[in-house]
Design a protein around this ligand. Structure first.
Ligand code: NAP
Length: 322
């Protein structure tokens, strides 16, 4: 008998076809996210789930007694309750590598966008305020040859470092729990303790995964170490940062700007202070969102799921569940 798979969001037809070659497929076709209750109902008979952010916790697993594998179309897997999945022996997979360059490109969109005030000055032009040459109040800061600090120098961090070193001739340092001597010599980057990195950098890019250890890793004390001219970029997960503290340091001028692809609550509430601040560039969590990369991620996730359900070991089981 073929395994039963539930797909909880819209995916390209090729992705569904790949799964349907080996499995019976049921799917959510609504334009908005599937309501939690319906998802739980749909999982009553499912052996596999293809998702990208649905919380896979003890509650979900209780409603899914036949579930063997969950495949996420994402590299981050903070929506997996790893203990609950381990206890039930449910395989969890993700989609590393295929999105590295796309997410690194977006990190640079945020770096350049904040440093050169791109969105703010686009509004300035469109609102008819461009009457003569711009004065120094609208000047930005240089990215080339500046100091970049990367928190979480993994697959994507290295792609950001490569762009920074060889494209913009930046000085790059990084903070991880462990050093990466190979990256240090290949990319010409140096290791710094977190506080030193925060003090020295002109741009700080947060790229560590969201874990209990990284939750609110960057708060008031850490922001206060940064230079008043420095810019903070978050492309990992909103909860790695204390947002209230970030609002405060941006308003007080303790740092100069922020470029944010991720937020504590997504979508960001309409009354959030960030939305009224010219020195904050906001994006709707689009790090990997190009047509080609989202297709590759979904295909890889489909293959991971098929492998897990047909007795072949998937290549991308998340580290904690291996
Ligand atoms: P990765 O290869 O696992 O790299 C993560 C790095 O973070 C590792 O080098 C790790 O090094 C470091 N790290 C882990 N825990 C840490 C801690 N407590 N303190 C300091 N460093 C820590 O992951 P990746 O593929 O580069 O992806 C990174 C993250 O980017 C994902 O988890 C996801 O949240 C985010 N992301 C966001 C988007 C978006 O759309 N905005 C898209 C893709 C990914 P050590 O183990 O040595 O500490």
């Amino acid at each position: 008998m073929k395994p039963i798979v539930f797909i909880d969001r819209t995916v390209p037809s090729e992705v569904e076809t790949r799964i349907a070659e080996h499995c019976v497929v049921d799917k959510w076709e609504g334009a908005s996210p599937i309501p939690r209750e319906l998802l739980l109902e749909k999982l009553a008979n499912a052996n596999g789930l293809l998702t990208a952010g649905s919380k896979v916790d003890a509650e979900l697993l209780t409603h899914a007694p036949h579930l063997k594998a969950v495949s996420s179309i994402s590299v981050g897997y903070n929506h997996f309750d790893l203990d609950a999945m381990k206890q039930r022996g449910v395989i969890g997979t993700h989609t590393p590598h295929v999105l590295n360059n796309t997410v690194a490109d977006l990190a640079f969109a945020l770096i350049l966008g904040t440093a050169r005030r791109v969105a703010e000055l686009d509004r300035y032009v469109k609102e008819g305020k461009w009457k003569s040459g711009v004065g120094s109040s609208l000047f930005g800061q240089d990215v080339h040859h500046a100091k970049l600090g990367i928190i979480g120098m993994g697959r994507i961090g290295e792609a950001v470092a490569r762009r920074a070193r060889f494209g913009f001739e930046m000085e790059v340092s990084y903070f991880n729990r462990s050093r990466k001597p190979e990256a240090e010599s290949l990319l010409g980057v140096r290791y710094q303790e977190l506080n030193e990195l925060l003090k020295d950098s002109d741009f700080v890019v947060m790229l560590a995964p969201l874990t209990p250890e990284t939750t609110r890793l960057i708060g008031r004390d850490q922001f206060q170490l940064m230079k008043p001219s420095s810019i903070f970029i978050n492309i990992s997960r909103g909860q790695t940062v204390d947002e209230e503290a970030l609002v405060e340091v941006l308003q007080s001028g303790a740092i100069s700007a922020a470029g944010l692809d991720v937020f504590d609550n997504e979508p960001i509430p309409a009354d959030h202070p960030f939305l009224k601040m010219d020195n904050v560039l906001t994006l709707p969590h689009i790090g990997s969102a190009t047509t080609a990369t989202r297709f590759d991620m979904a295909m890889l996730a489909a293959q991971n799921l098929v492998n897990a359900l047909t007795g072949q070991s998937p290549a991308n089981i998340v580290a904690e569940l291996q």
